[in-house]
Design a protein around this ligand. Structure first.
Ligand code: PMP
Length: 284
């Protein structure tokens, strides 16, 4: 299926959806993005995603040439023109066309690209039996260098860690910060369960504040599951009763092994399963 792609207010067939090689998004990873999901024609936590996009843009001093309302409408229009109800949406705002130097002031207008496509989740088997992850030696960008709260087009930090995970035979890798504290995985946030309490690294640890992470914390609070945002070490993950990852594409996926050690009894735990069921209700 060839979906139409939105570029700066116009729709192009996928094959013809092209931008300049002088775009600083390509030349320098200079830009921001969002990965969103729509369920039954409605974008999940749409406003929150758009808010995060505009905050990321603000942080890198990038002016998005449309309002948040116009952006939400453009996302909805892209879904509609493609007849998509359950989709993955990739929204990219790059610094735009400039010169070969890095000076962002030489890029007069940001480019807005919206790609909608079918979702690609992990295989069903992993949702049932859990995923194995490995700790990467690549540390997460310190916030003082490039804040992980900015969802920027510069994903090399995560890609370096992802390569390590893949080399260890795992499809996700755990990233620690420069103090050895647990941050997140390369494209997902991490949660553990210890003695019935749900724990996840706090934003201060240097993470992207995932929208799915926020939804899971809300679900836990609404359903009386004790939860806390705190500092976690790799040791906490090693001795956890349960572990799972969250992300717009992955939703909630159990982790049953880390660095070749089984987590809990090596099977997805009851709180993980409860949250997966509650999340399914939320998006139904
Ligand atoms: N951390 C990182 C590094 C990510 O790239 C993502 C999104 N893929 C997440 C966490 C999860 O965020 P969200 O739930 O908003 O998709």
């Amino acid at each position: 299926m060839s979906y139409k792609v939105y570029i700066n207010g116009e729709f192009f067939d996928k094959e013809n959806a092209k931008i300049s090689v002088y775009d600083h998004g390509l030349l320098y990873g200079d830009g921001v993005f969002e990965g969103m999901r729509s369920y039954n024609g409605k974008v999940f936590r749409h406003e929150e995603h758009i808010d995060r996009l505009y905050k990321s843009a603000k942080a890198i001093h990038l002016t998005i040439p449309m309002t948040q309302e116009e952006m939400m409408r453009a996302v909805n229009d892209t879904l509609a023109i493609n007849g998509l109800k359950d989709a993955y949406i990739r929204l990219v705002v790059s610094r735009g066309v400039g010169t070969l130097g890095i000076d962002p002031n030489r890029c007069p207008t940001a480019q807005v690209i919206i790609i909608t496509d079918m979702i690609s989740l992990y295989p069903q088997e992993l949702y049932e039996n859990g995923l194995g992850i490995a700790t990467a030696s690549t540390i997460r960008n310190p916030a003082s260098s490039l804040s992980p709260r900015i969802k920027s087009l510069n994903y090399l930090n995560n890609i370096m860690a992802k390569l390590e995970g893949l080399q260890a035979g795992c499809s996700e890798a755990l990233m620690l910060n420069h103090q050895g504290q647990v941050c997140e995985c390369t494209g997902d946030n991490i949660f553990i369960v210890q003695d019935g309490t749900l724990l996840t690294p706090s934003p201060d640890c240097g993470i992207l504040e995932g929208i799915t992470r926020g939804a899971v914390l809300d679900l836990a609070r609404e359903h009386g599951i004790p939860c806390k945002e705190c500092v976690l070490t790799r040791h906490d993950v090693y001795i956890a009763d349960e572990c799972f990852l969250t992300g717009s594409a992955a939703e909630i996926i159990p982790v049953t092994q880390i660095d070749a050690r089984p987590i809990g009894d090596g099977k997805p735990g009851p709180i993980t399963q409860k949250l997966i069921a509650l999340f399914k209700e939320l998006i139904a």
